[in-house]
Design a protein around this ligand. Structure first.
Ligand SMILES: Cc1ncc(COP(=O)(O)O)c(C=O)c1O
Length: 383
């Protein structure tokens, strides 16, 4: 039934692995959501908004003014970027809708969109929904650094968009200022748009997050996307946003209007408050997550996995070849039953499947005791 453009794109692995986690009683380090909610005062703000009747009816299409102002203030506070809350911010149903609306708005059938693989699974689907073609540029271990000459070679007269994601899911790579400068130079040289998914912007442990829109020549050609999900540990609220020039925002808004029209009103009030949380909050989430990263990475290395230590995000990519395994898909399908742990084969994030065959992704956005339990189970399994 599914149209040909989307054929083969339904990533069923998350559903399959979550089902396996349930039937086997496994520790689920598959999907990337925290097992602890975000700040209680922000949850209370959402509840208070509902009870006060704020946002219970359709909020304004671009988002409530309070949230658009908060997003603009956030861009200024953390990156020195001037964003007009009136014309340069659009609130979306999570980053997921922002990605879909942006790609559908900007891509024509026949256009090419370059994305660094492995990539977040919605990119392929949204490029396909736009009738465009995805062109992968592979990030390779151990560092998963963007190869600027490979990017240059991937650009053709049909290229319209470079789809960027830093901090990067699933590898945890945080692109450096120099790497982003290289990407920006190519975007300017070839007059390309950049769609920059920065949902993990505050989950950086080593290095710094640099929004590509802050680099020379990029402000007018970048659509920056982020969301409340990861920064505030409320992945179920689905409040995201786009910042870009008025022309780009208006294009994305036209599509958003017909996808969801508007987005969870009361949550917008709460996220506006969350964005204004003090620096200590932002420092705290990355510090806590860094500690979790360290627990899981050390544990996995002790079990014998090859560990590519991430500089950001919720995820660590491992190599199973040191365990005498070669196929991540096969390994992950066996793991729940044998070890009581769920992980995701990274091959599902690649077009060039062979490049990711032996890679397996674990999420560490879980309570420390959960991570320790997973490591203990893996240790017993390998003993
Ligand atoms: C790279 C990336 N972009 C976007 C999203 C989706 O964000 P949201 O929950 O705000 O839709 C995720 C969630 O896992 C992600 O990893």
């Amino acid at each position: 039934m599914l149209n040909r453009r989307l054929a083969g794109l339904g990533t069923t692995i998350f559903a399959e692995m979550s089902a396996l986690a349930l039937t086997t009683g496994s520790v689920n380090l598959g999907q990337g959501f925290p097992d602890t909610d975000g700040p209680p005062e922000i949850a209370a703000a959402a509840a208070a908004a509902i009870m006060a009747g704020r946002g219970n009816q359709y909020p304004p299409g671009p988002g409530i003014p309070e949230l658009r102002q908060a997003v603009a203030a956030h861009q200024k506070r953390f990156y020195g970027l001037d964003v007009d809350p009136g014309t340069e911010v659009l609130v979306t149903a999570g980053a997921t809708e922002a990605i879909a609306a942006t790609l559908i708005a900007l891509l024509e059938p026949g256009d090419e969109a370059i994305a660094f693989e492995p990539y977040y699974d919605s990119y392929a689907a949204c490029v396909a929904m736009a009738g465009a073609t995805r062109v992968p540029v592979t990030l390779r271990p151990p560092g998963f650094r963007p190869d600027i000459s490979a990017l240059r070679a991937a650009i053709t007269p049909r290229t319209r968009v470079i789809l960027l994601n830093t901090p990067h899911n699933p590898t945890g790579a945080v692109f450096s200022r120099a790497e982003l400068t290289g990407i920006a130079a190519l975007a300017c040289e070839h007059d390309l748009l950049v769609v920059s998914d920065e949902v993990y912007e505050h989950l950086v442990f080593d290095g710094e997050h640099v929004p590509i829109a802050s680099l020379p020549g990029m402000r007018e050609r970048t659509v920056t996307i982020s969301s409340a999900a990861k920064t505030f540990s409320f992945t179920g609220w689905k409040v995201g946003w786009v910042t870009a020039t008025p022309e780009l925002v208006s294009a994305v808004r036209t599509v958003k209007q017909f996808l969801t029209y508007v987005t969870g009103g009361p949550f917008q009030y709460a996220v506006a408050e969350a964005l204004a949380l003090p620096d200590a909050y932002y420092a705290g989430i990355s510090r806590d997550l860094r500690a979790k990263r360290d627990v899981l990475c050390a544990g996995l290395a002790a079990v014998g996995f090859g560990v590519y230590q991430p500089a950001g995000t919720y995820f660590v990519t491992t190599d199973i070849r040191p365990l005498g395994e070669t196929d991540g898909m096969d390994f992950c399908r066996r793991l729940p039953d044998r070890a009581g742990v769920v992980a995701i084969p990274s091959s599902v994030f690649y077009d060039t499947v062979a490049a990711g065959r032996s890679q397996v992704r674990f999420a560490f956005c879980k309570k420390e005791e959960v991570l320790r339990e997973a490591v203990e189970r893996l240790t017993r399994y390998r003993a």
